[in-house]
Design a protein around this ligand. Structure first.
Ligand SMILES: Nc1ncnc2c1ncn2[C@@H]1O[C@H](COP(=O)(O)OP(=O)(O)OP(=O)(O)O)[C@@H](O)[C@H]1O
Ligand SMILES: [Mg+2]
Length: 260
């Protein structure tokens, strides 16, 4: 008897997620499944609800209704710390790095290594060594981990934010526009980093993207959001930039039609 192709277990699933902010319905019945080891690319216009979805998956917002399952178990994510304790890490659209602090301090922000003993001093030596080791492991090259983050380029900064999330033993990584406002070279650095992390295995990634071609290059599956809903989901290998553009164009035509 032929064995069916193996489908990896799910890492995250959302069912009929609704999120309202007062009179605004940001998410209007969103369903999504992220499988282990998969990269899911999320596309959509400004205001489509992409960041809101990520913020629910990372425990920053709670859904108004709908269910979330983490590693197959129904879970209400109460806070970012709660989500983090389940291995969910996020790199936000508006990055949370402390620009005046060194790279290695940033990598251990809020989870500093402390010396044993009564004085609870920071163990800078251990943090510096671990930060360098982690960056090296995932192929991020910086002149020194002692450099303040403000001296890095946008792409390097983004890479540090991703490295920091990965360094925390994340099993699910949520990236909100990691390539925003980046040149081709910097975007290439992040794409390489993400693909290397994927090859290492064990990590599932949701990434919000703007560029259709980059999304199809990097993601296993793409999902298009329009006005709080998921309007399209497909294996990346079986869609194209032209098809995605056509769907979005159709929506514009319909919106113009209703406005007239
Ligand atoms: N904290 C909030 N309070 C009130 N409304 C909000 C809040 N956050 C988001 N919204 C609204 O929810 C909708 C979706 O916003 P969201 O930030 O999720 O969009 P997005 O798809 O990430 O857009 P962009 O591509 O511009 O980042 C928008 O209408 C926005 O104004
Ligand atoms: Mg957003």
């Amino acid at each position: 008897m032929a064995t069916p192709p193996e489908v990896p277990p799910e890492a995250l699933r959302g069912e009929d997620i609704v999120k309202r902010f007062g009179a605004v319905t940001a998410l209007d019945g969103v369903g999504l499944t992220l499988r282990q080891g998969e990269i899911l690319g999320v596309l959509g216009d400004n205001g489509a609800g992409k960041s809101t979805l990520i913020k629910i998956l990372t425990g920053f917002h709670q859904q108004t209704s709908g269910k979330l399952f983490v590693h197959g178990e129904e879970t209400l994510l109460r806070s970012v710390d709660h989500a983090r304790s389940l291995g969910i890490e996020c790199v936000y659209q508006d990055l949370a790095l402390a620009n005046s602090l060194s790279i290695y301090h940033n990598m251990f922000l809020n989870r500093e290594i402390i010396h044993r003993g009564p004085f609870r001093l920071l163990n800078n030596r251990a943090m510096r060594a671990r930060a360098a080791e982690c960056l090296d492991e995932i192929g991020v090259h910086v002149p020194s981990v002692d450099l303040p983050v403000e001296q890095l380029s946008g792409g390097q900064r983004q890479a540090i934010a991703v490295a920091r999330a990965v360094n925390s033993n994340a099993r699910i990584l949520l990236l909100d526009e990691p390539l925003a406002a980046m040149g081709a070279r910097e975007a290439g650095l992040i794409i390489d980093l993400i693909l290397r992390l994927k090859e290492k295995g064990g990590l599932s990634i949701v990434m919000i993207m703007h560029n259709y071609a980059q999304t199809l290059d990097i993601a296993d599956r793409v999902m298009l959001m329009q006005r709080g809903r998921v309007t399209y989901q497909r294996e990346a290998a079986s869609t194209s930039v032209a098809e995605l553009m056509e769907i979005v164009r159709r929506e514009y035509r319909e919106m113009r039609g209703t406005a007239q």
